[in-house]
Design a protein around this ligand. Structure first.
Ligand code: IMP
Length: 432
């Protein structure tokens, strides 16, 4: 039975949660392996609409085990809030939701530093989610982080905080002019978090190992998208996850060997979106962009911050690049129905840059900002696809659009989605 990694191939919000929710039906274990509550998955099912920031999307199936791996940064207040919300709406998580004792903890200074840092950057602000994720990963790497295991040991937590709180207070006060935090209050609050989270804490890598040994199907769910990756993305307008949310990060973020991964499903929207700042060559600042944002059953606003998403045509240059660096086995193409009304569609197959042409994604953000998309035009279908369930029943032009995306990316489409409901999906080839 396979280990499948589900990754985003664009700037996040590709619909990974929706795809994981669908695949989870046939999986035994679903896990998050990177990022933090900057990620937001919207899942719509018979219980209503849920926005999950930390809990894996598989939680809605009562027989699935869900893990939050060591690569994730956990804001205890957010996780406890999600657990409470799920339980109060009839989704029981006890005994099947576990978090890694090695995962990092988001501390109260992280959002303060994130927001103050963005202000300091002024016009060059990253446009972060403001949740403190960048500073939390920075602290992880600079060995000034607190891990979940530390929350369970009151005495050693006090020792850690006795160094960290004055250290972070100096940064807050002297660099940013922000009010300091009180050591005793932080200690009391995070000890309390520790005792409330304790029933969920374990060595999640061992659970994955045992599941694989049993031959269970394991779904590893990435966050954000490859173009937001710290190494591969449009630096410095990226997120800070270490390990990365790329497929390669799944092994590290779960504590399993890379040879265990059997299948990488790259999730791509049928067009492009981005929240936050940074270059986006195919962005549309016209009424077509507005139509992409507002035209679908679920308008394009960030699940975490509610910010309007920047919308544009499908960028096949970027998509081919992210398929390659993720080692994508197959793609899931989401929100095809959003294109239903358009008379003509465009796919960007190259960039015009500094007097030449390229079909590679430039490493330099300044160069990418100068890049002008070269488009291929395809006829639209102008028919409602939201009720289609088989590939052969799609309008011919919709099939041609999907086939062209496959060709430009060099990866086969195994799944399409044509609406937010679980059944609004078109399987092309089996994934599980
Ligand atoms: P941070 O992760 O909050 O530091 O934000 C860095 C960049 O990543 C910003 O452009 C955010 O808008 C973007 N970002 C972070 N998480 C997500 C996500 O889940 N979906 C889309 N964009 C995201």
């Amino acid at each position: 039975m396979p280990v499948i990694v589900v990754v985003g191939g664009q700037w996040g919000d590709e619909g990974k949660g929706r795809v994981v929710d669908l695949l989870a039906q046939k999986a035994h274990l679903v896990a998050r392996y990177s990022a933090a509550n900057n990620a937001g998955h919207t899942v719509v099912n018979e219980l209503g609409e849920f926005k999950l920031h930390l809990v894996p999307a598989g939680i809605f199936y009562p027989d699935k085990v869900c893990l939050i791996g060591n690569g994730v940064v956990i804001d205890p207040a957010v996780l406890l809030g999600e657990i409470e919300d799920l339980e109060s709406r009839g989704v029981s998580v006890r005994g099947r939701l576990f978090l890694s004792d090695r995962a990092q903890v988001l501390m109260p200074w992280h959002p303060l530093i994130d927001q103050a840092d963005e202000e300091l950057r002024g016009k060059g602000a990253i446009g972060t989610t403001g949740r403190g994720v960048g500073p939390a990963f920075t602290d992880k790497v600079s060995r000034a982080g607190v891990r979940i295991a530390d929350l369970l040991d009151k005495e050693s937590l006090l020792q850690q905080l006795s160094f960290l709180v004055p250290y972070k207070n100096a940064v807050l006060e002297k660099l940013y002019g922000v009010k300091p935090l009180a050591l005793d209050r932080v200690h009391a609050e995070y000890t309390d978090f520790g005792s409330r989270l304790a029933p969920f804490v374990t060595d999640t890598a061992e659970l994955v190992e045992e599941a694989m040994a049993r031959g269970d199907t394991v779904l590893l769910e990435g966050a954000q998208g490859a173009l937001l990756d710290l190494d591969a993305g449009t630096y410095e307008y990226v997120t800070s996850s270490v390990p990365s949310s790329l497929a390669g990060g799944a092994a590290i973020g779960m504590g399993i060997g890379p040879t265990k991964i059997d299948f990488v499903l790259g999730v791509y929207k049928a067009y492009n979106t981005r929240v936050g700042n940074g270059p986006m060559p195919t962005e549309l600042l016209d009424e077509t962009g507005d139509l992409l944002r507002e035209g679908g059953p679920r308008p394009e606003y960030g699940a975490t911050t509610g910010r309007p998403r920047r919308c544009g045509w499908f960028d096949a240059v970027a998509a081919r690049y992210t398929a390659r660096i993720n080692g994508v086995t197959a793609i899931a193409l989401t929100r095809l129905d959003v294109l239903d009304q358009l008379p003509t569609l465009k796919i960007c197959t190259a960039y015009r840059l500094d007097g030449g042409m390229t079909d590679s994604l430039p490493a330099s953000g300044a160069a990418l900002a100068r890049a002008k998309p070269v488009y291929e035009e395809l006829p639209g279908w102008q028919k409602d696809t939201s009720g289609v369930r088989r590939f052969q029943d799609l309008p011919e032009n919709a099939r041609a659009y999907v086939r062209r995306i496959e060709e430009t990316m060099g990866a086969p489409a195994h799944l399409l989605s044509v609406g937010p409901e679980r059944e609004q999906a078109i399987p092309i080839k089996p994934i599980l």
